[in-house]
Design a protein around this ligand. Structure first.
Ligand SMILES: NC(=O)C1=CN([C@@H]2O[C@H](COP(=O)(O)OP(=O)(O)OC[C@H]3O[C@@H](n4cnc5c(N)ncnc54)[C@H](OP(=O)(O)O)[C@@H]3O)[C@@H](O)[C@H]2O)C=CC1
Ligand SMILES: CC(C)(CO)C(=O)C(=O)O
Length: 307
């Protein structure tokens, strides 16, 4: 299976390194700066699950269709990324986005057709150091994916074929029978985590060490869960239990990748994640004071950055 990965940041770099190390046919589609660096230095991953340092194939534009295109850009780069991968999306190609949030699926469906676009999400904490190396911050590296409801792959390569290839690589891949539900649960989780850790500029441990912190985390989670339920995706008991544990653990250093972006002075995916959840809450007529406060905080930050 010819796999094209757009991006070599945290997620694209991590899963790309694992697939390349397993001998899969992987090519990275990169912007010139990253392309030059990776062509010169190779792809470097440091992880408690095993380091990788190897040369990988890199291009800055594509002319041939791939079998699978993995999209690992941030939401604010989605339009440019769609333009860049379009020549790689042929009659039988599948596109697997790893982005947090939900809205990008609509846009990808519109660009490539629902049958070509898999749902996907990852439970991982990864980033890129100043020298471009990929750093894995804990042990988790689950990648869940699957066909969208009532979507049929246009050719012989379907989600099961992708699952077979992923199985050969050293990360936890799960072929989901309900990726839409999984994505909603992740949307609830990441919106609560990103919204609150960014608004309060702290990891979970710092928030729950304050007098109102524990209740605020519970309130924010409840707001997002109500939105998911109103959209027909009530969060299942296991996802609820894991979220409650993660968001109320004393001394926890857990925080969203969005907080790392914010602290580094980068753009954030605030609108795609917190903004979208707030819009869905408003559309469903649900109260959402925590989301509104988090979104206001993030918009103030984004406005200052733009200015
Ligand atoms: N990091 C994490 O722990 C997690 C992130 N996610 C989600 O995954 C998505 C990706 O995040 P992450 O991997 O952290 O992002 P990064 O910012 O680390 O990496 C994004 C990559 O996309 C590349 N890119 C953007 N636009 C283009 C383009 N037009 N052509 C080629 N390359 C492009 C960037 O290029 P360049 O190298 O030039 O900067 C970069 O390599 C986000 O939606 C995020 O929320 C989900 C779970 C965990
Ligand atoms: C919540 C987490 C760490 C899970 O993968 C994530 O998606 C992020 O920080 O962007």
């Amino acid at each position: 299976m010819r796999i094209l990965i757009l991006g070599v940041g945290g997620t694209g770099g991590y899963y790309g390194a694992r697939l390349a190390a397993a001998g899969c046919d992987v090519t990275f589609l990169l912007r010139p700066g990253s392309a030059q660096r990776i062509a010169r230095d190779g792809l470097k991953l440091t992880s408690v699950r095993g380091d990788v340092h190897m040369p990988v194939q890199v291009v800055t534009q594509v002319e041939q269709p791939a079998d699978l295109v993995i999209l690992s850009c941030k939401s604010y780069d989605l339009e440019a990324a769609i333009a860049a991968i379009t020549p790689a999306v042929g009659a039988h190609t599948l596109v697997l986005p790893l982005l947090n949030g939900l809205r990008h699926l609509e846009r990808l469906n519109q660009a490539f057709g629902r049958g070509r676009v898999l749902g996907g999400m990852c439970n991982i904490s990864v980033g890129r150091s100043a020298d471009g190396a990929i750093e894995h911050y804990n042990r988790y590296d689950e990648l869940r994916f699957g066909a969208q409801p009532e979507a049929k792959a246009p050719g012989p390569i379907d989600a099961s074929a992708v699952a077979e290839v992923f199985k050969s690589a050293h990360f936890l891949s799960v072929l989901s029978s309900d990726i839409e539900q999984d994505m909603w649960e992740k949307f609830v989780f990441i919106t609560t985590l990103a919204g609150m850790t960014c608004a309060l500029r702290s990891d979970i441990g710092g928030i729950v060490a304050t007098a109102p912190g524990d209740q605020l985390m519970r309130d924010a989670l409840a707001e997002c869960q109500a939105v998911a339920a109103a959209n027909g995706h009530a969060v299942r008991p296991l996802a609820h239990k894991l979220a409650m544990r993660a968001f109320t653990e004393k001394g926890s250093t857990f925080a969203a990748s969005m907080l790392r972006d914010l602290q580094a002075g980068h753009c954030t995916e605030a609108e795609h994640i917190v903004g979208d959840m707030a819009q869905c809450a408003a559309a469903a007529g649900l109260p959402h004071p925590c989301l509104r406060m988090a979104l206001c905080h993030l918009q103030v930050y984004e406005h200052a950055l733009a200015a």
